[in-house]
Ligand binder design. Structure first.
Ligand SMILES: Nc1nc2c(c(=O)[nH]1)N(C=O)[C@@H](CNc1ccc(C(=O)N[C@@H](CCC(=O)O)C(=O)O)cc1)CN2
Ligand SMILES: Nc1nc2c(ncn2[C@@H]2O[C@H](COP(=O)(O)OP(=O)(O)OP(=O)(O)O)[C@@H](O)[C@H]2O)c(=O)[nH]1
Ligand SMILES: [Mg+2]
Length: 461
């Protein structure tokens, strides 16, 4: 299967989720729309109760007429008997949606066949559709690609849909939906319009004034536009990036042997993921566990206790522990305050707090916790969530991916140049910024990028 999104059975439960799939990089090159009518099974993972086969393109209607004898009222579900037109053999009794273009998802004529969800029923219909000369199976992401080519959505909305299809946690879902529904596209459109207006007015001033007639200050409206758009772009860029949201907040537990790291780790991830024992040096490797807590994706890492053991395997474990600790977004330190690494991401804990022989909580420790009795665990989760939220985009902010941030930064950089130069440079700055925004939305000369994006989707999407 070319698209990694296809047929993935999410393993998310209340406490665990599968690690986010990485793009295999095996992007499928999709030809530009060749006018063919495409078809695909759009429900991944059979058998299921219902299988939906979709067609998109001009032959959608005639194929439906041939299979069902008639075309139902647009956008109303109709129960129809499907037959193979070649020999009249029945295929299935199915719910049919006739979705004529341009008011369809792809902008083309579409039909949805909601079949009984077995492999055999779906195969029979796909095979029958494949006999039409005008029809061919869809490539990965090709329905969405056609929607984009037909101006139904811009590139950022398509990216948002990709993230929505991947979403496993509530925060991922909400932020992806905002982008998929055009949250970023609308902002881009507003900025482009503002810049284009300023450009046009500048041109007019230049064209209708005699040489040397253009006075100081006549360009102030354009500088204002550049400043306004620059300010809004910088504000949009100030939101934390989408990557933490998608890949999960990385939380490491570190400290000396026997501190109770693995015990706390197991309590936080709500399963016995790591071995716990009274023997110092039990954990040797880094153990990772992805978890959904309160709708936020986390990846917890339990690590080897830090000490000089003089033993090769344990030394390697300690090296890995330090490396994971450095890369974490939040580090729970469970040892002496004096030994704690430094940094904003470090939270000192006072562990095994139920044990009477333990010293009192040091002043620097944020919390006393006992994973065994549960003491301090609710406060620890609250602290964790508060920190995590500060690292993620807020509800009212757009979560931008790297491509989107780079394009916005390019636009902002161009606008920052606007004040520096003369009129010619000002026009160029406005134009440069507008071009960066246009590319962000998927306009002009982005064919390879389109292949990379749409090739990541499922067949049938
Ligand atoms: N059965 C089914 N469910 C589905 C989808 C689908 O294609 N089929 N979708 C697939 O992703 C999602 C819904 N997305 C859709 C997006 C646009 C249109 C569409 O026809 N848009 C028209 C205007 C429709 C209207 O406003 O009434 C248009 O944009 O012109 C349909 C579905 C989720 N659920
Ligand atoms: N009473 C009490 N015992 C605890 C607590 N946490 C851990 N322990 C015990 O302390 C011992 C060490 O716990 P681990 O969780 O394995 O400690 P660790 O920090 O992972 O140790 P290493 O993997 O060796 O670095 C075990 O016997 C645990 O049962 C706690 O909160 N209270
Ligand atoms: Mg351990």
């Amino acid at each position: 299967m070319p698209g990694f999104r296809c047929g993935r059975v999410s393993s998310i439960s209340s406490a665990t989720r599968a690690p986010p799939p990485k793009n295999s990089g095996g992007g499928v090159a999709i030809l530009s729309d060749d006018g063919a009518t495409i078809f695909a099974l759009s429900t991944a993972g059979l058998p299921s109760a219902i299988a939906i086969v979709r067609t998109s393109g001009p032959a959608s209607r005639s194929a439906l007429e041939a299979l069902a004898g008639r075309v139902p009222e647009p956008r109303y579900a109709a129960l129809m008997s499907l037959r193979d037109p070649a020999d009249g053999t029945p295929i299935d009794r199915a719910l049919i949606l006739w979705l004529p273009g341009p008011a369809s998802e792809t902008g083309e004529d579409m039909v949805e066949y909601h079949l009984h969800g077995s492999r055999a029923v779906a195969s029979k219909l796909l095979e029958t559709l494949g006999k039409y000369d005008e029809m061919r199976p869809a490539e990965a992401g090709e329905f969405l690609r056609r929607a984009f080519l037909n101006g139904k959505m811009d590139l950022t909305a398509a990216e948002g849909l990709g993230d929505l299809l991947d979403a496993e946690t509530e925060s991922q879902r909400r932020h992806a939906l905002a982008i998929a529904e055009g949250g970023l596209a609308a902002r881009i459109a507003g900025w482009r319009e503002r810049l284009l207006g300023a450009e046009a007015r500048l041109e007019a001033v230049l064209n209708f004034s005699d040489e040397g007639d253009v006075g100081e200050g006549d360009e102030s409206f354009a500088l204002d536009a550049a400043d306004d758009v620059h300010g809004e772009i910088m504000e949009t860029l100030a939101a934390p990036p989408a990557e933490r949201l998608r890949d999960g907040i990385r939380v490491a537990l570190a400290g000396p042997p026997n501190a109770g790291k693995s015990t706390l780790f197991n309590a936080l991830v709500a399963r016995e993921a790591a071995i716990v024992s009274p023997v110092a040096g039990t954990t040797r490797d880094v153990i990772e566990a992805p978890v959904d807590i309160d709708g936020i994706a986390f990846v917890f890492s339990d690590t080897a206790g830090l000490r000089d053991s003089g033993e090769a395997i344990e030394e390697e474990g300690v090296r890995r522990a330090r490396s994971v600790s450095e890369r974490s977004d939040i580090l729970f330190w469970m040892g002496e305050t004096a030994d704690a690494p430094k940094g904003d991401h470090i939270i000192i804990l006072h562990p095994r707090a139920d044990e009477p022989r333990r010293a009192a909580k040091p002043a620097e420790a944020a919390l006393s916790v006992s994973a065994t009795t549960g003491e301090g665990m609710a406060a620890l989760r609250a602290l964790l969530l508060e920190r995590a939220r500060s690292l993620l985009p807020r509800e009212d902010q757009l979560a931008l991916n790297q491509r989107q941030r780079l394009a916005l930064r390019e636009a902002a950089d161009a606008l920052a140049e606007a004040r520096a130069g003369d009129w010619i440079l000002l026009v160029e700055a406005l134009r440069g910024a507008r071009m960066a925004l246009e590319r962000l939305g998927g306009g002009g000369g982005v064919e390879t990028m389109l292949d990379a994006l749409f090739g990541r989707f499922c067949i049938g999407k």
